[in-house]
Design a protein around this ligand. Structure first.
Ligand code: BTN
Length: 267
């Protein structure tokens, strides 16, 4: 595909997909930036009661989990971040990044994508291949209160020769749907689902969404390996607990793995 003819994001299309939720978000679209997550972390916009969303047609230094890069080519993906502010007395958010994965999964399911699954903590897979990645980073300080920068990258139409650093392989929306939505419509639909799921999460915590996450657990009851900084753990993936920690049945008993610098693989 010639990536010079890609469909650009437009605020009207996003608002149309959001419908009555359009007023919840303030949207900024940039042709290019280093990383939408870095921008929101470094320069959080002043709060005006709306959720600020920053989308970029292209990132020059997109970041992934575990220090990985998130590559982008114009038109190949949807890349955006939003600044989600927590209520003043909120606890440190447990399971937040899993909830974001769930919202992306629901959006895809509503679009008719089949075989959507979640790989703990928050990769979105289609038939075992990665379609979307999520990077949640907490931001606080200077009297601003606790907030999360929620960054999402969704592959729309990857170049055939894209060399991507992903152990499970990648896929894109164009391979899953005969008529994929425009990037603007997709952004609006994901934001609408995020609004829905984050409201539930804010009111009732991850426990209220745990069952929905487990239904989509890509590795349910399968033997897995956890690759950490210092050690490796093997066991059977039992699911997640109310904090979003992974539960692993090992030879030594049930172990809880917290989302950190760990990677999950099929054993
Ligand atoms: C991963 O799978 O490792 C997470 C990838 C997250 C990529 C998104 S793209 C928008 C936002 N800005 C970034 O620099 N990263 C996230």
């Amino acid at each position: 595909m010639d990536h010079s003819d890609y469909e650009a994001l437009d605020a009207g299309g996003v608002a149309e997909a959001l419908g009555e939720l359009a007023g919840v978000f303030s949207l900024e679209i940039l042709p290019e930036c280093d990383s939408t997550n870095s921008r929101l972390l470094d320069n959080p916009p002043p709060g005006d009661g709306r959720v600020h969303v920053l989308a970029a047609e292209r990132q020059t230094a997109g970041r992934g989990r575990r220090g990985r890069a998130w590559q982008s080519w114009p038109g190949a993906g949807l890349t955006f971040s939003l600044l989600w502010r927590f209520a003043p007395a909120a606890h440190v958010p447990a399971g937040l990044s899993l909830v974001v994965g769930l919202a992306v999964a629901r959006t895809l399911e509503e679009l008719g994508v089949e075989g959507v699954a979640l790989k703990w903590p928050n990769d979105v897979l289609i038939q075992g291949k990665k379609l979307a990645g999520i990077l949640v980073e907490l931001s606080s300080g200077r009297g601003r209160g606790l907030a999360a920068v929620i960054g999402i990258g969704i592959n729309l139409r990857m170049p055939a020769d894209a060399a991507v650093d992903s152990p499970m392989g990648v896929t894109d929306l164009a391979s899953c749907l005969a008529s994929p939505p425009s990037p603007s419509r997709l952004l609006g639909l994901v934001l609408a689902q995020l609004q829905l799921f984050l409201e539930i999460y804010a009111a009732a915590g991850f426990a209220a969404l745990r069952g929905a996450w487990q239904q989509r657990n890509a590795f349910a009851d399968l033997p897995v390996r956890i690759l950490g900084e210092a050690h490796e753990l093997t066991g059977t993936c039992v699911g997640v607990d109310d904090d979003g920690a992974l539960l692993l049945q090992t030879a030594e008993g049930l172990r809880r793995v917290l989302s950190g610098d760990v990677s999950l693989r099929l054993a």
